[in-house]
Design a binder for this molecule. Structure first.
Ligand code: 13P
Ligand code: SF4
Length: 320
């Protein structure tokens, strides 16, 4: 049993964790930030819910002494890069991301050396060390704007998501060298399942995150970040949507308009929950309580690395 699992097992079962988290949040002057892929009850407890860009902005702007980041490690790391003096805790340090894992900083450094005339644009889903090797950071909300801010004759390496990169190449007409990383959740969606679902529900619009494979994006009526998908369901006249992203986002869609129908696109194997991000889902109420109680696990970072990672991140944030 891991040390964290042992701590969870030792929590007094008579405690009301909702009350405890609220009490500790006040005592610690803490803010709880949560990504749209968190489970519904975690979203409902959060002070702020958002996509990666909104969460980075909220982390930048907070006055709280402690940030409890309910998302994955690279998101909490981003909060620490922007807030060196605040305590940043995460419910479970093992909440990683397959895209961040796909692009180690040393491998990116070697690739850059082979293409010295290129600038590097990295998707925010990467480690601080990989950010430090980048010229720009982008999120799925602002990626197009970031690419368009770079002079048209400047060659670009785009890392680590090859699907978001291919989508941006189509959208901007720019040729880019693409790192070959993928999201293990979005790559599980199959074209065949989507065609079957569309045949059964011709009334439903398809909304998809750009981390999906290009073959799937071809069917989408709307492509965008989690916040963009949410906004689209609110302003569209359609009554039903096939949702090709992590189904955690459906909670906010249902809250915003419960009269509409949101149909999660299943993974290839319908018997598994592989359309759910296994990293995001490591976070639980128990671990949130422990993180606020013990102020650990904390995100700590070497100052030279933090400053190097901050530069491309601030360049992105300065775009607004
Ligand atoms: P968003 O920035 O669109 O919320 O995406 C984050 C993410 O990890 C998607 O898999
Ligand atoms: Fe990473 Fe994919 Fe999970 Fe997003 S859904 S955190 S990209 S593994």
């Amino acid at each position: 049993m891991s040390a964290l699992a042992e701590k969870v097992a030792r929590i007094d079962p008579t405690l009301d964790l909702y009350d405890e988290i609220d009490r500790l949040r006040q005592e610690r002057n803490a803010v709880i930030l949560a990504h749209y892929y968190q489970e519904s009850h975690i979203q409902d407890l959060a002070d702020f819910i958002g996509d990666s860009l909104q969460l980075a902005q909220a982390a930048r702007d907070t006055e709280a002494d402690v940030i409890l980041f309910c998302g994955v490690h690279f998101m909490a790391e981003t909060a620490k890069i922007l807030n060196p003096d605040r305590v940043v805790v995460i419910p479970d340090l093992k909440a990683g991301c397959s895209l961040a894992d796909a692009c180690p900083a040393d491998a990116l450094a070697r690739y850059k050396a082979l293409h010295p005339d290129h600038v590097v644009v990295s998707y925010i889903n990467c480690t601080a060390a990989t950010k430090a090797q980048s010229d720009w950071i982008c999120t799925s909300s602002n990626a197009k704007r970031v690419i368009e801010a770079i002079p048209a004759d400047q060659p670009i390496i785009f890392a680590p998501d090859r699907n978001l990169g291919a989508y941006l190449m189509r959208e901007t007409g720019r040729d880019m060298l693409l790192w070959q990383g993928t999201c293990i959740v979005h790559e599980t969606f199959s074209e065949r399942k989507l065609i079957e679902l569309k045949a059964r529900r011709p009334d439903a619009l398809v909304i998809a995150h750009p981390e999906c494979e290009p073959s799937l994006l071809n069917y989408a009526d709307h492509i965008g970040s989690t916040s963009s998908l949410l906004k689209f369901t609110q302003r569209s006249d359609a009554r039903a949507f096939i949702v090709a992203t992590e189904p955690g986002i459906i909670h906010q869609m249902e809250k915003a308009d419960p009269t509409k129908e949101y149909i999660p696109l299943p993974g290839q194997d319908e018997t598994c929950a592989c359309n759910e991000c296994p990293f995001m889902r490591l976070n639980t109420l128990e671990k949130m309580y422990l993180a606020l109680r013990d102020l650990e696990p904390r995100i700590e970072m070497d100052e030279a690395l933090r400053l190097a990672a901050k530069r491309p991140l601030e360049r992105m944030l300065s775009l607004g």
